[in-house]
Design a protein around this ligand. Structure first.
Ligand code: GTP
Ligand code: MG
Length: 210
């Protein structure tokens, strides 16, 4: 084992795609393992981050076309926990029918999954949080689920801009400071920190049982 592998907080041996939930209350894998879901605006980089986290190049589908992930996709990591790739929101050209489906699908999943332990909410470092992002934070707060904020695409701006934006976000977001993790799916920066934070969520009992 190389020293780098020895330090990996989340060594992943196998990842299996279990399937997708397409409609509210539709098929989902039987609950049993803890679940952590990835949420955020369309195109913010949810599928890319999930792939980077488990070190699988193209497990979850990544696309330049926003609105690519339409179902709730379930991935099992080492019989340890499930990662859940949620469809993005805020994509103007989403069809009416698709947009009408999004809220009951995602809210239904978040409220009715007994093994859900946390949500990784993604924000693009280059963009101000949108009204949809604020609505999502409100929904997560209403549900009471623990939230990690992954600030994505930190490879894009320069170092000074990254630091300034992180400071701004830390000031406006009402989550614990160490729950805000800067990441880049392109370079892998922040991957281990995020992995560690996700493992901490997975190891906790559900907030519903506390
Ligand atoms: P939906 O499935 O439509 O909700 O999008 P998503 O949030 O899953 O985004 P996805 O992972 O498909 O990525 C969208 C685009 O952003 C792709 O072109 C990615 O290559 C790009 N991207 C994602 N993460 C990063 C990052 O950290 N840095 C850079 N430079 N590009 C990224
Ligand atoms: Mg996606």
């Amino acid at each position: 084992m190389t020293p780098a592998a020895a330090r990996d907080p989340l060594p992943v041996r196998s990842v299996a795609f279990l399937g997708g939930m397409a409609v509210p209350g539709g098929w989902r894998p039987p609950p049993g393992l803890p679940e952590v879901a990835f949420s955020g605006r369309s195109n913010v980089g949810k599928s890319s981050l999930l792939n980077r986290l488990v070190r699988r190049g193209s497990l979850a589908r990544v696309s330049n076309t926003p609105g690519r992930t339409r179902e709730i996709n379930f991935f099992r990591v080492d019989d340890r926990f499930l990662l859940v790739d949620l469809p993005g929101y805020g994509y103007a050209r989403q069809g009416k029918a698709q947009r009408a489906l999004w809220r009951p699908l995602v809210e239904g999943y978040l409220r009715e999954s007994p093994e859900l332990r946390g949500v990784v909410q993604l924000l693009d470092i280059r963009r101000d949080p949108t009204g949809d992002d604020v609505a999502m934070f409100d929904l997560l707060a209403d549900i009471g689920v623990p939230v990690l904020v992954a600030v994505t695409k930190t490879d894009k701006p320069g170092r000074t801009d990254v630091d300034r934006r992180l400071k701004e976000l830390r000031a406006v977001l009402s989550v614990e400071q160490d729950a805000i993790v800067p990441v880049s799916s392109r370079t892998g920066a922040g991957r281990d920190e995020l992995a560690q934070a996700i493992l901490a969520l997975v190891r906790q009992p559900s907030w519903k049982s506390q």
